[in-house]
Design a protein around this ligand. Structure first.
Ligand SMILES: [Zn+2]
Length: 146
């Protein structure tokens, strides 16, 4: 059984920011079982509690909380890199230079187009016959072209 239940007024070891050493401190304030503020017995400075350097005791006292295992995502999925590409390109877009999209139109790679649904897009690839890949804000789309 652990009998050392700390409360305000008790003396504990804590690292003092002013003395830069682990020294005896008097507990000034606690929240629940957590020490919040302490007064240094050496310099009498009141500061937030920082435990002595080794924290093993505190760690072992805490019940092992179930850590939710989050599966690691691959660093970049295609959707994100499309968006990043869009964001790096979009400041260079000039709406006035955009060609209105027309499925019967002819387009070139890197041509800026204006699509009635998807907005501004930049032609990334021409895929014969009659298709092109266009990067829009919401991602790449295949569109018809001539
Ligand atoms: Zn001190």
């Amino acid at each position: 059984m652990r009998t050392t239940k700390l409360s305000a007024g008790n003396t504990i070891e804590a690292s003092c920011t002013r003395c830069r050493a682990t020294l005896n401190h008097t507990i000034v304030a606690m929240v629940g079982e957590r020490i919040v503020r302490v007064e240094c017995n050496t310099c009498h400075g009141v500061h937030n509690y920082r435990g002595p350097v080794e924290k093993k005791e505190k760690a072992s006292r805490q019940p092992a909380t179930k850590k939710q295992v989050v599966p690691r995502q691959p660093k970049k999925d295609p959707g994100i890199s499309d968006m990043e590409e869009w964001e790096s390109l979009s400041p260079t877009f000039d709406c006035n230079q955009a060609t209105p999209y027309d499925m019967n139109g002819k387009f070139r790679v890197n041509e800026l187009i204006n699509h009635s649904t998807f907005g501004l897009g930049i032609v990334k690839n021409i895929i014969p016959p009659k298709k092109m890949e266009v990067l829009f804000q919401l991602g790449k789309k295949l569109l018809r072209c001539q």
